[in-house]
Design a protein around this ligand. Structure first.
Ligand SMILES: Nc1ncnc2c1ncn2[C@@H]1O[C@H](COP(=O)(O)OP(=O)(O)O)[C@@H](O)[C@H]1O
Ligand SMILES: [Mg+2]
Length: 511
């Protein structure tokens, strides 16, 4: 018998995973030693979560093998993964809100006797917290806890099951910077006790701060595994983002007047946490102002405050000099503001309604389609038919339900519909996310067309290549702030990449 090699905590070889024929992971090798914090770094969509889900037994790889502590393990279910010592804390927590911390920590734990008192559960939880150095009130109900505390409960829950290899998927995304520091300390303590932590992030600063080793994934491919020591943000940014492009976009000098202006805009996200801090922005007629940044840094909220879908806590927003902050969606629409939202199913498209109704969804007030409360049926049919044609939406019929169309067709429909409304301002939020190359180019073309007709376009994307391709000017957003604004000619992709990771303009230029 061959002796197992215990030097690696995890050794994944040649892992591939396909979704609908598209490779999310393409022959990825991933080796992690015992006793290290190993960062899995990559842009959105690079495959980090997919790889983690495979290690945690949630997805099955289409090919490749996984050895845990030198033994080739079957990790086909979360139970098998935990048996092999692998536990994962997901981006979206899986706690039972109405139960206490102690109950959640013990939930589904096979060692838990079936009938135990709260007292026993609380004692055991306290014991575990002492051992691990993570503290939360064990008697509190989960719904009473902050997000940071809930995350601690998740970590405790996984460690309570004996996980020796802890996978944290973008754990800092929901934390304040102070809470993140605390988490990093816990991570360092865990590895100094011999465990292994796989830390998923797209924030360069954090990765360099807390990790021993760094593996970079890009588009499902393993780019590099290297020591964090001596690694530079510039090098990592380059490995993360790569370079490629397809569409040619013409960029002319911008001479148009100011259309959209934000001054000192502050707003909160759905959890009441500050999402925009004192944002100043100007967008002029005939330009695409790109907003570069990793998702979740305030871009969604920025789009929403402009289209009056979210209240501002302070500051002013004007469209052609008219104040629109905290106004009515109808008024903003009348001023010529269109919005291609991030969440096309939740916001852009009503899946259960027909293609026709979706086509006119935001055009009810358009002249010729209605008079007062009466819709002109034939005019609506004509309008929808034209929109479907122009947008090249593939559907059996305009009376078919919109939810049955592919994501690409839904997005084409929303993009054209909103572009028609957007005579003055078009806000496009991750408009090509999840689309294949052709559908993405059609949406990009619709956006460029609207710019060329004189709209001021706010183009929000977490794909830096796409922002560089599309934009006449580029603003970088991080944690709700504008870190800097570049004219296209001065835009340095590596500097922007660094600023997306939280570096200031000065730091980024010095590196
Ligand atoms: N359940 C799924 N169904 C279809 N596609 C998926 C699924 N999960 C992930 N993908 C796709 O796989 C790729 C990698 O996604 P993911 O692993 O979530 O990336 P990351 O965590 O690095 O942001 C993306 O293109 C994503 O759209
Ligand atoms: Mg992910």
């Amino acid at each position: 018998m061959i002796e197992p090699d215990h030097s690696y905590a995890v050794e994944a070889r040649g892992i591939s995973k396909y979704f609908g024929g598209v490779a999310a992971l393409d022959g990825v090798d991933f080796k992690v030693h015992w006793g290290e914090v190993h960062a899995l770094l990559g842009e959105n969509g690079a495959g980090k979560t997919t790889l983690s889900n495979i290690l945690a037994g949630i997805y099955r790889a289409d090919s490749g093998e996984i050895a845990v502590d030198g033994l080739t393990h079957e990790v086909r279910t979360p139970a098998q993964a935990i048996e092999a010592g692998i536990g994962m804390v997901h981006q979206h927590f899986k706690l039972v809100e109405t139960m206490t911390v102690a109950e959640n920590v013990h939930l589904g734990w096979p060692d838990t006797p079936t009938l135990v008192s709260q007292r026993v559960l609380v004692d055991r939880t306290n014991h575990l917290m002492e051992e691990i150095g993570l503290h939360v009130d064990p008697t509190a109900k989960v719904w009473q806890l902050s997000v940071g505390e809930q995350q601690r409960v998740e970590i405790l829950r996984v460690l309570a099951r004996g996980a020796q290899i802890l996978i944290l998927d973008e754990p800092t995304a929901v934390l304040t910077s102070h809470e993140a520091r605390d988490l990093f300390k816990v991570m360092r303590d865990l590895v100094s006790g011999g465990r292994t932590v796989i830390f998923i992030s797209h924030k360069l600063n954090e990765v360099l701060e807390v990790s021993d080793q760094i593996t970079v994934l890009r588009d499902g491919v393993h780019e590099v595994t290297r020591s964090a020591e001596g690694a530079t943000p510039r090098e990592l940014a380059r490995l993360m983002t790569g370079e490629e492009r397809t569409l040619e976009v013409e960029h002319r000098e911008i001479t148009g007047e100011t259309v959209l202006q934000l001054e000192g805009v502050t707003a909160s996200n759905d959890r009441g946490v500050v999402a925009l801090s004192s944002v100043d922005l100007v967008a002029r007629s005939g330009e695409i102002l790109g907003i570069a940044g990793v998702s979740g840094n305030g871009q969604t909220e920025l789009a929403e405050v402009i289209s009056a879908m979210r209240r501002v806590d302070g500051g002013t927003i004007t469209v052609d000099g008219e104040d629109v902050a905290n106004g009515l969606v109808r008024k903003v629409t009348d001023l010529g503001v269109g919005h291609i939202p991030e969440d096309r199913i939740g916001v852009g498209i009503v899946g259960s309604a027909s293609v026709k109704d979706n086509a006119v969804l935001r055009h009810y007030w358009t002249e010729g389609l209605s008079s007062g409360v009466t819709l002109f049926r034939q005019a609506v049919v004509d309008f929808a038919t034209r929109l479907v044609e122009v947008a090249r939406v593939q559907t059996r019929s305009i009376t078919a339900t919109a939810g049955q169309m592919s994501g690409g067709n839904q997005q084409r429909l929303v993009a054209r519909r909103e572009a028609l409304l957007a005579t003055r301002v078009l806000i496009a939020v991750h408009p090509t996310r999840g689309l294949d190359v052709l559908a993405a180019q059609e949406v990009q073309t619709a956006v460029i067309g609207q710019r060329d007709r004189g709209a001021a376009v706010l183009f929000i994307s977490d794909d830096l290549d796409e922002v560089l391709l599309m934009s006449d000017r580029i603003a970088v957003m991080y944690e709700g702030r504008i870190m800097g604004i570049f004219d296209r000619v001065d835009a340095d992709r590596e500097a922007i990449g660094l600023m997306m990771g939280g570096h200031t303009l000065e730091e980024a230029m010095a590196k």
